[in-house]
Design a protein around this ligand. Sequence first.
Ligand SMILES: O=C(CO)COP(=O)(O)O
Length: 244
Amino acid sequence: MRRKFVAGNWKMNGNLAALTELQAIAAAADPRVDVAVAVPATLIHPAAQRAGFPIGAEDVHAADSGAHTGCVSASMIKEAGAAFSIVGHSERRQGQKETDADVKAKAEACHRHGLDAILCVGETLEQREAGQAEQVVTAQVRASLPEGASGDWLAIAYEPIWAIGTGEVATVADVEAMHAAIRGALVAALGAEQGGAIRLLYGGSVTADNAAGLLHAAEVDGALVGGASLTAAKFAPIIAAAIG
Ligand SMILES: O=C(CO)COP(=O)(O)O
């Protein structure tokens, strides 16, 4: 039985003052749900000291160290107090031209340094309208799946790009169909036991209003929440929706 997992992604938002929200989120946490929040790199250390639940990064560099000005390695993220990192978010795949191979290497860097990883995949609106969504996303899963992939440290977040920050949420039926396809790809790659143990999160305009339906859909083990993770008032009801 996979435990529900509700993760926040603050993206390039937040500051020291906003960390009080993490304490309020901690107060809403429930032993039946795993809760985690990824924050900007500068906030990891103070957030990890205050949150009382796992804090993560939003990206890591694939290399352990070296001449990569402006980048941060998985070991640095770990030392700052992070427990996990997001890798392969579509905002980085698009904005920083990250490829599946880059994402795979970043997930492997996380694992090398004892960080869990949330690996993101998702299709564009054009790809969905062309009937290619499942093909595109399962190809991303296969090509970005790290060596040693296991439910002990890896989760996959399906985030349709057209649903991110738009208020346009995917239907439960579309999410179930995509998660079933991703599960199939994982089982084919890793076998039934390992492939069946990796948690699948949905992300894209998740709010308190739509969370219950999404979080209890078939093959949905949790959510990756952007805008609605920035305040406890919006995030706590999503955590509550994951229970029961
Ligand atoms: O990109 C997301 C989480 O990683 C989703 O963002 P929103 O919840 O703001 O749509």
